[in-house]
Design a protein around this ligand. Structure first.
Ligand code: PMP
Length: 409
């Protein structure tokens, strides 16, 4: 395979070699079921316990048994939301946001169809939530708040530690869940410190260099949450199914590595991302960085190039060996504009022309150089075909769309 430049790390990441090495024994010699009684199986159960301890350590040393291993963030989100709803039938109001991943959004929509009352908080044009609006949304019958930590499309970070504290100070009986799939490994989350008011937290291994199909659900002690998967007594009866041992071992290793690389993530990766944005901004007129003025993940860059179409950019990037994405991998392939960018009120001239570059510690400055070299040319080529663009003047044609587009900074 010829070399590719992989900048779609919010969709999935490469498995770290150290993670793969840690997994191999559990895919070969140590294949035993951790619930079995004989000695080799007990050693597998010990490895599982050690993995849980390693994960707990990364979150400030909360009790390891507060972490359940799942098949991924989709299951963790479903289990958290549906589980608390089933266990607390006396309340029927849920608060969430318009920019959640479908693994939360669709669960809440489904509950709405079943008669639950859902408040869908909007965001401002930078992608920020309004904390005052959040406070107003809390009600005596609120059962659950589910607000993501960092947005997968824009990287915008919501202050979930503050929202959780406000929630608990308002009414300790309201559960607070956060989908932290994009933030774990990219920023510190201390569940014994600032983040201690959070009851439930979800993430997936494959966003931080573990394999796909394994995830975590953190559940604060005392949380009333019915098991989502019912069957055997694994995970102390809170999540049935034989544990995916090799993947859990891999996830724990990946979490450990992510903690070791956290400074690099915040400094080196952020510097690469910032250089990408500033160099492209100089070279591409009418390009906006979505969420630029909000607190953002260090690795994510969501760019909208006005007057052209995202899919065209992605194909041309792909032809040059660059893997990027428009919005979330789950919604790409549809003609609908991204629900996240719609919630940010990105103008119609730009909402179809978005590309997300999401970096990891495996990216290099040479990757950024290559994107900076080829991407402006791709945009220029597509604009040549755009009915809104005047190629001779290298500016948009005059028309009513200009008012809508408003000159981006
Ligand atoms: N939540 C967020 C914020 C995500 O980015 C993703 C993955 N795109 C998920 C949930 C779902 O994760 P998985 O597909 O691993 O279940």
């Amino acid at each position: 395979m010829s070399r590719i430049i992989y900048t779609d790390n919010n969709a999935t990441t490469a498995v770290a070699p150290e993670v793969f090495q840690a997994m191999v024994p559990y895919l070969t010699d140590a294949y035993f079921n951790p619930s079995s009684m004989y000695e080799p199986a007990r050693r597998v159960a010990d490895a599982l316990a050690a993995a849980r301890i390693a994960v707990a350590r990364a979150f400030g040393g909360v009790e390891p048994k507060q972490f359940l291993f799942t098949s991924g963030a989709t299951e963790s989100n479903n289990a958290a939301i549906v589980g608390t709803v089933r266990a607390n039938p006396n309340r029927r109001h849920i608060i969430t946001t318009q920019v959640e991943h479908p693994a939360v959004l669709e669960v809440c929509r489904d509950l709405e169809r079943q008669g639950y009352d859902v408040t869908w908080l909007g965001v401002d044009p930078q992608g920020n939530l309004d904390v005052a609006e959040f406070i107003r949304a809390l009600r005596p019958d609120t059962l659950l708040v589910t607000v993501m930590h960092a947005n997968n499309e824009t990287g915008v970070i919501f202050p979930v530690e503050e929202l959780a504290r406000i929630t608990k100070e308002t009414d300790p009986a309201i559960y607070f869940h956060t989908d932290a799939t994009q933030s774990v490994g990219k920023m510190p989350i201390d569940l014994t410190g600032e983040y201690r008011y959070i009851d439930l937290l979800s993430f997936s291994g494959h966003k931080l260099h573990a394999p796909k199909g394994v995830g975590v659900l953190y559940m604060q002690r005392g949380t009333r949450c019915r098991p989502y998967l019912i069957g055997g007594h694994q995970e102390e009866g809170r999540r049935a199914g034989t544990e995916n041992v090799s993947h859990i071992i891999g996830l724990a290793k990946a979490v450990e590595l992510a903690m070791e690389h956290l400074d690099e993530e915040t400094v080196r990766v952020r510097a690469m991302r910032d250089r990408l944005e500033s160099e492209l901004s100089v070279r591409i007129p009418w390009m906006q960085v979505n969420g630029a003025a909000a607190p953002r993940l260090p690795n994510t860059s969501n760019l909208s190039c006005h007057f052209i179409e995202g899919e065209g950019m992605l194909f041309q990037l792909s032809d040059r060996g660059i893997c990027a994405s428009s919005g979330s991998a789950c919604t790409s392939g549809s003609l609908e504009p991204s629900h996240v960018l719609m919630a940010l009120h990105v103008p119609f001239t730009a909402v179809h022309g978005s590309v997300r570059f999401s970096l990891s510690r495996y990216n290099t400055e040479a990757d950024i150089d290559h994107i900076v070299e080829v991407f402006p040319e791709i945009v220029a080529n597509l604009r040549r075909l755009s009915p809104y663009w005047d190629d001779a003047g290298n500016e948009p044609r005059p028309g009513p769309w200009l008012e809508e587009a408003a000159q981006p900074s």
